[in-house]
Design a protein around this ligand. Sequence first.
Ligand code: SAM
Length: 222
Amino acid sequence: MFHAQILTLFPEFFTSPLACSIPKRAIEAGLAQVDCLQIRDFSTDKHHNVDDKPYGGGPGMLMKAEPVVGSIREARKRDPQTHVVMLTPSGVPFNQAKALEYVEKRHITLLCGRYEGFDERICDEVDEQLSLGDYVLSGGEPAALSVLDALIRLLPGVLGSPESALLDSFTEEGMLDWPHYTRPEIFEGKSVPKVLLSGDHAKIDAWRKEQAAIRSKSRHLS
Ligand code: SAM
């Protein structure tokens, strides 16, 4: 079974997204287990503080090492095989190849930051630092949720049709998906390409590959 642990100050962020659609089905079918650990529970000071001012001055607060490291060690204790990933704009970029790599590991912990980020010494406790892209979110939770969703849909048995994930964008040599159409045949004067109505599967395959190549090239992916 795929086991994800999420280290966060906002476990409630994950409640509704994991209770619908594909993640819900995967969890209910016993294909995935997702546990949230509240980082604040690992703070040992009497006010349960998790943040403090940066040494050297500057705006904002930082996540303190003590509660965050405590939560990481607890995650490793609960699941010794877990691969601990810190979500941070300074990390390596997340992409479909990373998703495939993580899903193979089957045991993953996603560490979500807040405020101005983490005390640097926390980095020594994680296996990898991961970025969702070159922009700044207010917290690691939306990033962790995106990663989790991308992983869960790759788990065997989760998607209704097993080929779906194999045909997705970025899977075959980084290519994008081809254009899709469904009924009606004409929508506001725009027709479905004739080849898709031809019933000639060889021609349809060739057209799809060609369209995927054109689209990928136009977006500098091939
Ligand atoms: N001061 C940090 C910087 O400039 O790199 C940004 C901190 S951000 C406001 C707070 C938290 O959101 C980060 O610690 C991280 O966990 C998460 N976060 C923000 N942008 C992210 C991104 N592009 N990828 C992954 N996590 C991100």
